[in-house]
Write a new protein. Structure first.
Length: 201
């Protein structure tokens, strides 16, 4: 990825992080809701950079790590990576939201991923950059599908060490954590949504 494109991605994440949707629900509205599930889809032009997903696809085809780039841009590989990532986002957000909404009215959270960017180590060494996820979060009535509350372009951003030393430090942090970078980013997104919805600090 060239410097110009990377800079554009960084700006896009920064701008997305500045968008603060209004939570128009009252505390009583929220207390009346019960989260029955999380559904995850991808925008048609969604950008996904996730090396572990590409590696998993290559392995499913009997390939090796060195073949990731050769298979990463096919429609089949993109669908595979998106499906794999969708299951991770669903599980991660459901884990964060567990026990938070326990009222009688069933609702569902529909997440539409627009960007999921985890730069590979080599890119981080050369040009640095953060890790980020941007997705629309739509809370809908589970019975009718009617939209209750939307948070468009909600984002989660994690810093990432740049350069050789910074990348080495980041790798040590990642290796010493129970959660990998993708799951950390998903958890942060879920926490951002939970805190926004429940007006928690």
């Amino acid at each position: 990825m060239g410097l110009a494109r990377f800079a554009a991605l960084a700006i896009a994440f920064a701008l997305a992080g500045c968008v603060t949707a209004e939570n128009s629900l009252s505390p009583n509205d929220i207390a009346n809701m019960k989260l029955t599930g999380v559904a995850v889809s991808f925008a048609p032009n969604a950008f996904v950079q996730w090396e572990d997903g590409g590696r998993a696809y290559a392995a499913s085809k009997g390939g090796t790590d060195s073949q990731i780039l050769g298979v990463a841009q096919t429609p089949e590989s993109k669908a595979y990576v998106q499906n794999l990532l969708a299951s991770r986002v669903k599980a991660g957000v459901e884990r964060v939201m567990a026990g938070q909404l326990n009222g009688p009215r069933p609702v569902r959270l529909e997440i539409v991923v627009k960007r999921f960017d985890l730069p590979p180590p080599l890119q981080s060494i050369i040009i640095g950059g953060g890790r980020g996820m941007t997705a629309d979060a739509n809370l809908v009535d589970a019975r009718t599908g009617a939209l209750i509350l939307a948070n468009v372009q909600m984002s989660a951003v994690m810093p990432s060490g740049g350069g050789l030393l910074g990348s080495a430090v980041q790798a040590a942090i990642d290796n010493g954590s129970e959660q990998g970078p993708a799951d950390k980013l998903i958890t942060l997104y879920g926490e951002n949504y939970r805190n926004w919805l429940l007006r928690q600090s």
